[in-house]
Design a protein around this ligand. Structure first.
Ligand code: S3P
Length: 450
Protein backbone atom coordinates (compact mmCIF):
# COMPACT_ATOMS: atom_id res chain seq x y z
CA UNK A 1 0.00 0.00 0.00
CA UNK A 2 2.92 2.31 0.65
CA UNK A 3 4.59 4.22 -2.12
CA UNK A 4 7.73 4.30 -0.01
CA UNK A 5 8.74 0.61 0.01
CA UNK A 6 8.92 -1.71 3.00
CA UNK A 7 8.26 0.17 6.26
CA UNK A 8 11.43 0.79 8.25
CA UNK A 9 10.85 1.67 11.91
CA UNK A 10 12.83 4.53 13.43
CA UNK A 11 13.55 5.02 17.13
CA UNK A 12 14.56 8.14 19.02
CA UNK A 13 16.30 7.61 22.36
CA UNK A 14 16.72 10.37 24.92
CA UNK A 15 19.27 12.71 23.30
CA UNK A 16 22.50 14.26 24.48
CA UNK A 17 22.32 18.07 24.59
CA UNK A 18 21.74 19.18 20.99
CA UNK A 19 24.43 21.61 19.92
CA UNK A 20 25.89 23.03 16.73
CA UNK A 21 24.62 24.29 13.41
CA UNK A 22 21.66 22.69 11.61
CA UNK A 23 21.73 23.44 7.88
CA UNK A 24 18.24 22.34 6.88
CA UNK A 25 17.33 21.80 3.20
CA UNK A 26 15.62 24.18 0.80
CA UNK A 27 12.01 25.25 1.09
CA UNK A 28 9.62 22.65 -0.32
CA UNK A 29 6.94 25.12 -1.44
CA UNK A 30 9.46 27.36 -3.20
CA UNK A 31 11.25 24.37 -4.77
CA UNK A 32 8.05 23.07 -6.42
CA UNK A 33 7.20 26.52 -7.72
CA UNK A 34 10.73 27.15 -9.06
CA UNK A 35 10.54 24.02 -11.22
CA UNK A 36 7.00 24.68 -12.43
CA UNK A 37 7.46 28.35 -13.29
CA UNK A 38 10.86 27.54 -14.76
CA UNK A 39 9.10 25.06 -17.06
CA UNK A 40 6.58 27.75 -18.07
CA UNK A 41 9.20 30.41 -18.85
CA UNK A 42 10.98 30.79 -22.19
CA UNK A 43 14.69 29.98 -21.69
CA UNK A 44 16.83 28.72 -18.87
CA UNK A 45 16.01 29.18 -15.18
CA UNK A 46 18.86 28.43 -12.76
CA UNK A 47 18.03 27.20 -9.26
CA UNK A 48 20.34 26.71 -6.28
CA UNK A 49 19.39 25.23 -2.92
CA UNK A 50 16.58 23.13 -4.41
CA UNK A 51 15.11 20.64 -1.96
CA UNK A 52 16.03 17.21 -3.31
CA UNK A 53 13.29 15.38 -1.43
CA UNK A 54 11.00 12.86 -3.12
CA UNK A 55 8.10 15.33 -3.44
CA UNK A 56 10.13 17.84 -5.41
CA UNK A 57 11.92 15.18 -7.49
CA UNK A 58 8.49 13.93 -8.59
CA UNK A 59 7.61 17.47 -9.73
CA UNK A 60 10.91 17.68 -11.64
CA UNK A 61 10.02 14.43 -13.46
CA UNK A 62 6.57 15.78 -14.26
CA UNK A 63 8.01 18.95 -15.80
CA UNK A 64 10.25 16.76 -18.00
CA UNK A 65 7.18 14.78 -19.06
CA UNK A 66 5.58 18.08 -20.19
CA UNK A 67 8.60 18.82 -22.40
CA UNK A 68 10.81 21.03 -20.21
CA UNK A 69 14.49 20.17 -19.95
CA UNK A 70 15.34 19.73 -16.28
CA UNK A 71 19.01 19.16 -15.40
CA UNK A 72 20.52 18.31 -12.02
CA UNK A 73 24.02 19.85 -11.85
CA UNK A 74 24.70 18.39 -8.39
CA UNK A 75 24.80 19.94 -4.92
CA UNK A 76 21.29 21.40 -5.12
CA UNK A 77 22.05 23.25 -8.34
CA UNK A 78 19.48 22.68 -11.11
CA UNK A 79 18.43 24.26 -14.38
CA UNK A 80 15.11 24.21 -16.17
CA UNK A 81 14.80 25.02 -19.84
CA UNK A 82 11.16 26.06 -20.10
CA UNK A 83 8.70 25.67 -22.96
CA UNK A 84 6.73 28.87 -22.31
CA UNK A 85 3.16 29.50 -21.13
CA UNK A 86 0.87 27.30 -23.27
CA UNK A 87 3.84 25.26 -24.52
CA UNK A 88 3.28 22.03 -22.55
CA UNK A 89 3.31 18.75 -24.52
CA UNK A 90 0.96 15.92 -23.57
CA UNK A 91 2.89 13.44 -21.37
CA UNK A 92 3.20 9.86 -22.67
CA UNK A 93 2.79 8.42 -19.21
CA UNK A 94 0.79 8.80 -16.03
CA UNK A 95 2.13 11.60 -13.83
CA UNK A 96 2.95 10.09 -10.43
CA UNK A 97 3.20 12.78 -7.75
CA UNK A 98 4.11 10.32 -4.99
CA UNK A 99 3.13 11.77 -1.61
CA UNK A 100 2.83 15.39 -2.71
CA UNK A 101 -0.44 17.32 -2.50
CA UNK A 102 1.38 20.49 -3.48
CA UNK A 103 2.95 18.80 -6.51
CA UNK A 104 -0.25 17.32 -7.88
CA UNK A 105 -2.47 20.33 -7.23
CA UNK A 106 -0.06 22.88 -8.70
CA UNK A 107 0.64 20.71 -11.73
CA UNK A 108 -3.10 20.21 -12.31
CA UNK A 109 -3.41 23.98 -12.32
CA UNK A 110 -0.58 24.61 -14.74
CA UNK A 111 -1.84 22.08 -17.34
CA UNK A 112 -5.58 22.78 -17.04
CA UNK A 113 -5.66 25.57 -19.61
CA UNK A 114 -3.66 23.70 -22.28
CA UNK A 115 -5.30 21.33 -24.80
CA UNK A 116 -3.73 18.18 -23.34
CA UNK A 117 -5.03 15.23 -21.28
CA UNK A 118 -3.06 14.16 -18.25
CA UNK A 119 -3.62 11.29 -15.82
CA UNK A 120 -2.39 11.80 -12.25
CA UNK A 121 -1.74 9.32 -9.47
CA UNK A 122 0.15 9.13 -6.18
CA UNK A 123 0.86 6.94 -3.18
CA UNK A 124 -1.82 5.59 -0.83
CA UNK A 125 -1.83 8.83 1.18
CA UNK A 126 -2.17 11.15 -1.83
CA UNK A 127 -4.76 8.92 -3.50
CA UNK A 128 -6.98 9.38 -0.44
CA UNK A 129 -6.85 13.19 -0.42
CA UNK A 130 -9.56 15.53 -1.80
CA UNK A 131 -8.94 16.95 -5.27
CA UNK A 132 -12.35 18.57 -5.90
CA UNK A 133 -11.04 21.69 -4.17
CA UNK A 134 -8.81 22.10 -7.24
CA UNK A 135 -10.87 20.52 -10.02
CA UNK A 136 -13.94 22.67 -9.12
CA UNK A 137 -12.21 25.98 -9.96
CA UNK A 138 -10.34 24.41 -12.89
CA UNK A 139 -13.74 23.44 -14.38
CA UNK A 140 -14.61 27.17 -14.49
CA UNK A 141 -11.70 27.65 -16.90
CA UNK A 142 -13.19 24.87 -19.08
CA UNK A 143 -11.09 21.89 -17.88
CA UNK A 144 -12.78 18.51 -17.40
CA UNK A 145 -11.82 15.86 -14.89
CA UNK A 146 -12.69 12.26 -14.15
CA UNK A 147 -11.39 10.64 -11.01
CA UNK A 148 -12.43 8.09 -8.43
CA UNK A 149 -15.34 8.56 -6.03
CA UNK A 150 -14.97 11.52 -3.70
CA UNK A 151 -12.87 13.36 -6.27
CA UNK A 152 -9.82 11.23 -5.53
CA UNK A 153 -6.83 10.16 -7.61
CA UNK A 154 -6.09 8.49 -9.95
CA UNK A 155 -7.69 11.18 -12.06
CA UNK A 156 -7.54 12.40 -15.65
CA UNK A 157 -7.78 16.09 -16.47
CA UNK A 158 -8.61 17.23 -19.97
CA UNK A 159 -7.28 20.76 -20.28
CA UNK A 160 -9.42 23.52 -21.78
CA UNK A 161 -8.68 24.19 -25.46
CA UNK A 162 -10.27 27.65 -25.30
CA UNK A 163 -9.91 28.68 -21.63
CA UNK A 164 -11.74 31.64 -20.14
CA UNK A 165 -10.39 33.66 -17.19
CA UNK A 166 -12.17 33.21 -13.86
CA UNK A 167 -12.98 35.03 -10.65
CA UNK A 168 -12.78 32.57 -7.78
CA UNK A 169 -13.19 32.86 -4.04
CA UNK A 170 -11.19 30.07 -2.40
CA UNK A 171 -13.58 28.33 0.05
CA UNK A 172 -10.86 26.83 2.30
CA UNK A 173 -7.61 28.48 3.42
CA UNK A 174 -5.31 26.76 0.91
CA UNK A 175 -2.27 28.08 -0.90
CA UNK A 176 -2.38 25.01 -3.11
CA UNK A 177 -5.84 25.88 -4.40
CA UNK A 178 -4.97 29.55 -4.81
CA UNK A 179 -1.81 28.63 -6.68
CA UNK A 180 -3.56 26.11 -8.93
CA UNK A 181 -6.03 28.82 -10.01
CA UNK A 182 -3.26 31.36 -10.62
CA UNK A 183 -1.19 28.86 -12.63
CA UNK A 184 -4.27 27.98 -14.73
CA UNK A 185 -4.90 31.70 -15.21
CA UNK A 186 -1.48 32.05 -16.83
CA UNK A 187 -2.75 30.51 -20.07
CA UNK A 188 -6.22 32.10 -20.05
CA UNK A 189 -6.71 35.41 -21.87
CA UNK A 190 -7.66 38.39 -19.69
CA UNK A 191 -7.64 38.78 -15.93
CA UNK A 192 -8.00 35.88 -13.48
CA UNK A 193 -8.98 36.97 -9.98
CA UNK A 194 -8.53 34.87 -6.83
CA UNK A 195 -9.96 35.97 -3.49
CA UNK A 196 -8.82 34.45 -0.23
CA UNK A 197 -10.48 35.30 3.07
CA UNK A 198 -7.41 34.32 5.08
CA UNK A 199 -3.97 35.07 3.69
CA UNK A 200 -2.05 31.86 2.94
CA UNK A 201 1.59 31.48 1.85
CA UNK A 202 2.26 33.87 -1.00
CA UNK A 203 5.25 32.24 -2.71
CA UNK A 204 3.34 31.84 -5.99
CA UNK A 205 2.45 35.51 -6.14
CA UNK A 206 6.01 36.61 -5.33
CA UNK A 207 7.51 34.23 -7.83
CA UNK A 208 5.03 35.04 -10.61
CA UNK A 209 5.95 38.71 -10.22
CA UNK A 210 9.64 37.73 -10.29
CA UNK A 211 9.13 35.84 -13.57
CA UNK A 212 7.59 38.99 -15.07
CA UNK A 213 3.84 38.25 -14.84
CA UNK A 214 1.48 41.16 -14.20
CA UNK A 215 0.04 40.34 -10.78
CA UNK A 216 -1.28 42.47 -7.94
CA UNK A 217 -2.74 41.80 -4.49
CA UNK A 218 -5.04 44.08 -2.57
CA UNK A 219 -6.40 43.65 0.96
CA UNK A 220 -10.12 44.48 0.89
CA UNK A 221 -13.19 43.77 3.03
CA UNK A 222 -13.74 40.57 1.03
CA UNK A 223 -10.21 39.42 1.86
CA UNK A 224 -7.07 39.43 -0.23
CA UNK A 225 -7.91 39.98 -3.92
CA UNK A 226 -5.20 38.76 -6.30
CA UNK A 227 -5.39 39.73 -9.96
CA UNK A 228 -3.27 38.08 -12.66
CA UNK A 229 -3.16 39.07 -16.32
CA UNK A 230 -3.05 35.96 -18.49
CA UNK A 231 -0.76 34.92 -21.34
CA UNK A 232 2.44 36.71 -20.31
CA UNK A 233 5.83 35.66 -21.59
CA UNK A 234 7.57 34.51 -18.42
CA UNK A 235 11.25 35.43 -18.26
CA UNK A 236 13.68 32.83 -16.88
CA UNK A 237 15.10 33.58 -13.43
CA UNK A 238 18.05 32.85 -11.18
CA UNK A 239 16.55 31.50 -7.95
CA UNK A 240 18.29 30.84 -4.62
CA UNK A 241 15.82 28.78 -2.60
CA UNK A 242 15.86 29.77 1.10
CA UNK A 243 15.99 27.02 3.74
CA UNK A 244 12.61 25.65 4.77
CA UNK A 245 11.02 27.04 7.97
CA UNK A 246 8.85 23.92 8.13
CA UNK A 247 11.99 21.75 8.27
CA UNK A 248 13.77 24.19 10.63
CA UNK A 249 10.86 23.56 13.01
CA UNK A 250 12.26 20.09 13.87
CA UNK A 251 15.77 20.99 15.12
CA UNK A 252 14.35 24.16 16.74
CA UNK A 253 11.66 22.27 18.67
CA UNK A 254 14.06 19.44 19.51
CA UNK A 255 16.48 21.95 21.07
CA UNK A 256 13.71 23.54 23.15
CA UNK A 257 12.81 20.23 24.85
CA UNK A 258 16.25 18.59 25.16
CA UNK A 259 18.19 19.62 28.30
CA UNK A 260 21.41 21.57 27.68
CA UNK A 261 20.70 22.31 24.00
CA UNK A 262 21.84 25.34 22.00
CA UNK A 263 21.30 25.07 18.22
CA UNK A 264 21.76 27.58 15.42
CA UNK A 265 19.58 27.08 12.32
CA UNK A 266 20.90 29.53 9.71
CA UNK A 267 19.27 31.10 6.65
CA UNK A 268 15.63 30.31 7.37
CA UNK A 269 12.88 31.83 5.24
CA UNK A 270 10.72 33.97 7.55
CA UNK A 271 8.02 34.99 5.11
CA UNK A 272 5.20 36.22 7.41
CA UNK A 273 2.81 33.74 5.74
CA UNK A 274 5.06 30.90 6.99
CA UNK A 275 6.61 31.97 10.29
CA UNK A 276 3.67 31.50 12.72
CA UNK A 277 5.28 28.61 14.65
CA UNK A 278 8.25 30.69 15.73
CA UNK A 279 6.07 33.48 17.15
CA UNK A 280 3.91 30.88 18.90
CA UNK A 281 6.98 29.30 20.51
CA UNK A 282 8.12 32.73 21.68
CA UNK A 283 4.63 33.32 23.13
CA UNK A 284 5.04 30.06 25.08
CA UNK A 285 8.28 31.38 26.59
CA UNK A 286 10.76 29.54 24.37
CA UNK A 287 14.35 30.79 24.29
CA UNK A 288 14.24 31.34 20.53
CA UNK A 289 15.82 34.35 18.87
CA UNK A 290 16.11 35.64 15.31
CA UNK A 291 19.63 36.76 14.44
CA UNK A 292 21.01 38.52 11.36
CA UNK A 293 17.60 39.39 9.82
CA UNK A 294 18.04 40.09 6.10
CA UNK A 295 16.35 39.72 2.72
CA UNK A 296 17.44 37.08 0.19
CA UNK A 297 15.83 36.57 -3.21
CA UNK A 298 12.76 38.60 -2.28
CA UNK A 299 12.11 36.62 0.94
CA UNK A 300 12.89 37.70 4.54
CA UNK A 301 15.53 35.40 6.07
CA UNK A 302 17.11 35.05 9.55
CA UNK A 303 19.33 32.70 11.56
CA UNK A 304 17.34 31.04 14.35
CA UNK A 305 18.95 30.26 17.70
CA UNK A 306 17.06 27.83 19.94
CA UNK A 307 18.09 26.89 23.48
CA UNK A 308 16.66 24.42 25.99
CA UNK A 309 13.56 26.05 27.47
CA UNK A 310 12.31 24.32 30.63
CA UNK A 311 9.88 27.15 31.48
CA UNK A 312 7.48 27.03 28.55
CA UNK A 313 3.76 27.55 29.26
CA UNK A 314 0.75 26.22 27.39
CA UNK A 315 -1.14 28.89 25.44
CA UNK A 316 -4.15 29.38 23.19
CA UNK A 317 -2.67 29.56 19.70
CA UNK A 318 -4.45 32.40 17.86
CA UNK A 319 -6.68 30.72 15.21
CA UNK A 320 -5.92 33.55 12.77
CA UNK A 321 -2.30 32.35 12.84
CA UNK A 322 -3.25 28.85 11.62
CA UNK A 323 -2.49 29.34 7.92
CA UNK A 324 1.00 30.64 8.69
CA UNK A 325 1.95 27.50 10.64
CA UNK A 326 -0.38 24.85 9.27
CA UNK A 327 2.35 22.25 8.73
CA UNK A 328 3.90 22.89 12.14
CA UNK A 329 1.02 21.86 14.44
CA UNK A 330 2.26 18.27 14.78
CA UNK A 331 5.65 19.31 16.16
CA UNK A 332 4.07 22.15 18.17
CA UNK A 333 1.90 19.54 19.92
CA UNK A 334 5.11 17.75 20.93
CA UNK A 335 6.57 20.95 22.39
CA UNK A 336 3.22 21.57 24.14
CA UNK A 337 3.60 18.19 25.87
CA UNK A 338 6.81 19.47 27.50
CA UNK A 339 5.25 22.81 28.58
CA UNK A 340 3.30 23.48 31.75
CA UNK A 341 -0.46 23.86 31.29
CA UNK A 342 -2.79 23.33 28.37
CA UNK A 343 -2.14 24.36 24.75
CA UNK A 344 -5.29 24.93 22.71
CA UNK A 345 -5.10 24.80 18.90
CA UNK A 346 -8.33 25.90 17.22
CA UNK A 347 -9.39 26.71 13.65
CA UNK A 348 -7.31 23.87 12.25
CA UNK A 349 -9.81 21.70 10.33
CA UNK A 350 -7.40 21.60 7.35
CA UNK A 351 -5.10 19.38 9.44
CA UNK A 352 -7.58 16.56 8.85
CA UNK A 353 -6.88 16.46 5.07
CA UNK A 354 -3.09 16.65 4.98
CA UNK A 355 -0.76 13.71 4.20
CA UNK A 356 -2.67 12.09 7.08
CA UNK A 357 -5.44 13.27 9.41
CA UNK A 358 -2.82 15.03 11.49
CA UNK A 359 -5.04 15.67 14.53
CA UNK A 360 -5.94 11.98 14.71
CA UNK A 361 -2.39 10.78 14.00
CA UNK A 362 -0.81 13.01 16.65
CA UNK A 363 -3.55 12.44 19.23
CA UNK A 364 -3.09 8.65 18.98
CA UNK A 365 0.69 8.84 19.29
CA UNK A 366 0.73 11.44 22.05
CA UNK A 367 -1.76 9.41 24.10
CA UNK A 368 0.27 6.23 23.58
CA UNK A 369 3.27 8.14 25.00
CA UNK A 370 1.36 9.22 28.10
CA UNK A 371 0.16 12.69 27.08
CA UNK A 372 -3.50 13.77 27.48
CA UNK A 373 -5.13 15.11 24.32
CA UNK A 374 -8.65 16.37 23.69
CA UNK A 375 -10.00 16.91 20.18
CA UNK A 376 -12.95 18.15 18.16
CA UNK A 377 -13.59 18.47 14.45
CA UNK A 378 -11.51 21.63 14.01
CA UNK A 379 -9.55 21.91 17.27
CA UNK A 380 -7.40 19.95 19.65
CA UNK A 381 -5.66 20.57 22.93
CA UNK A 382 -2.63 19.07 24.64
CA UNK A 383 -2.13 18.91 28.41
CA UNK A 384 1.50 19.82 29.14
CA UNK A 385 3.42 17.38 31.40
CA UNK A 386 6.29 19.77 32.21
CA UNK A 387 9.90 19.70 30.93
CA UNK A 388 10.80 16.31 32.44
CA UNK A 389 7.33 14.81 32.61
CA UNK A 390 6.68 13.14 29.23
CA UNK A 391 6.79 9.33 29.70
CA UNK A 392 7.33 8.27 26.03
CA UNK A 393 8.01 4.57 25.48
CA UNK A 394 5.47 3.87 22.72
CA UNK A 395 5.53 2.92 19.05
CA UNK A 396 3.44 5.28 16.92
CA UNK A 397 2.11 5.00 13.38
CA UNK A 398 3.42 7.57 10.92
CA UNK A 399 0.50 7.09 8.44
CA UNK A 400 2.76 7.78 5.40
CA UNK A 401 3.22 11.30 6.79
CA UNK A 402 6.75 12.75 7.03
CA UNK A 403 5.81 15.38 9.60
CA UNK A 404 4.16 12.85 11.90
CA UNK A 405 7.27 10.65 11.77
CA UNK A 406 9.67 13.54 12.47
CA UNK A 407 7.46 14.94 15.27
CA UNK A 408 7.59 11.68 17.22
CA UNK A 409 11.35 11.44 16.68
CA UNK A 410 11.62 14.90 18.29
CA UNK A 411 9.47 13.72 21.18
CA UNK A 412 11.82 10.81 21.90
CA UNK A 413 14.75 13.25 22.32
CA UNK A 414 13.27 14.76 25.50
CA UNK A 415 10.98 12.00 26.78
CA UNK A 416 11.82 9.64 29.67
CA UNK A 417 11.70 6.54 27.42
CA UNK A 418 12.49 6.05 23.73
CA UNK A 419 9.82 6.71 21.09
CA UNK A 420 9.49 4.64 17.89
CA UNK A 421 7.58 5.20 14.63
CA UNK A 422 6.52 2.20 12.58
CA UNK A 423 7.90 3.75 9.38
CA UNK A 424 10.55 6.43 8.96
CA UNK A 425 10.61 6.21 5.15
CA UNK A 426 8.15 9.12 4.54
CA UNK A 427 10.74 11.54 5.99
CA UNK A 428 12.57 11.55 2.64
CA UNK A 429 9.64 13.41 1.02
CA UNK A 430 10.64 16.72 2.63
CA UNK A 431 13.79 16.27 4.77
CA UNK A 432 16.05 13.58 3.28
CA UNK A 433 18.97 14.46 5.60
CA UNK A 434 16.89 14.52 8.81
CA UNK A 435 18.59 11.50 10.41
CA UNK A 436 22.28 12.47 9.84
CA UNK A 437 21.58 16.14 10.59
CA UNK A 438 19.85 15.44 13.90
CA UNK A 439 22.48 12.84 14.88
CA UNK A 440 25.26 15.32 14.22
CA UNK A 441 23.55 17.69 16.72
CA UNK A 442 23.44 14.94 19.37
CA UNK A 443 20.20 13.05 18.68
CA UNK A 444 20.19 9.27 19.17
CA UNK A 445 18.19 8.00 16.24
CA UNK A 446 18.19 4.41 15.05
CA UNK A 447 16.69 3.17 11.81
CA UNK A 448 15.47 -0.40 11.53
CA UNK A 449 13.99 -0.88 15.01
CA UNK A 450 15.06 -0.59 18.62
C1 S3P B 1 1.58 24.25 0.53
C2 S3P B 1 0.39 24.62 1.07
C3 S3P B 1 -0.19 24.00 2.27
C4 S3P B 1 0.83 23.15 3.03
C5 S3P B 1 1.67 22.31 2.11
C6 S3P B 1 2.42 23.20 1.14
C7 S3P B 1 2.06 24.95 -0.69
O1 S3P B 1 -1.26 23.17 1.89
O2 S3P B 1 0.17 22.32 3.97
O3 S3P B 1 2.59 21.54 2.83
O4 S3P B 1 3.25 24.82 -1.03
O5 S3P B 1 1.25 25.64 -1.31
P1 S3P B 1 -2.75 23.78 1.67
O6 S3P B 1 -2.69 24.70 0.55
O7 S3P B 1 -3.62 22.58 1.38
O8 S3P B 1 -3.09 24.43 2.97
Amino acid sequence: MSGHGTPIPMTSHRADPLTGVAEVPGDKSISHRSLILGAMAVGETKITGLLEGDDVLDTAKAMQAFGAEVVNHGGGSWSVHGVGVGGFAEPDQVIDCGNSGTGVRLIMGCMATSPISVTFTGDASLNGRPMARVTDPLALFGAKSVGRSGGRLPMTIVGAAAPVPVRYEVPVPSAQVKSAVLLAGLNAPGKTVVIEKEATRDHSERMLAGFGAEISAEDTEEGRVITLTGQPELKPQVIAVPRDPSSAAFPVCAALITPGSDVLVPGIGLNPTRAGLFYTLQDMGADLTFENMREEGGEPVADLRAKYSPNMKGIEVPPERAASMIDEYPVLSVVASFATGKTMMAGVKELRVKESDRIDAMARGLRANGVMVDEGDDWWSVEGMGPEGVPGGATCESFLDHRIAMSFMVMGMGAQASVTVDDGNPITTSFPVFEPLMKQLGAKLESGGQ
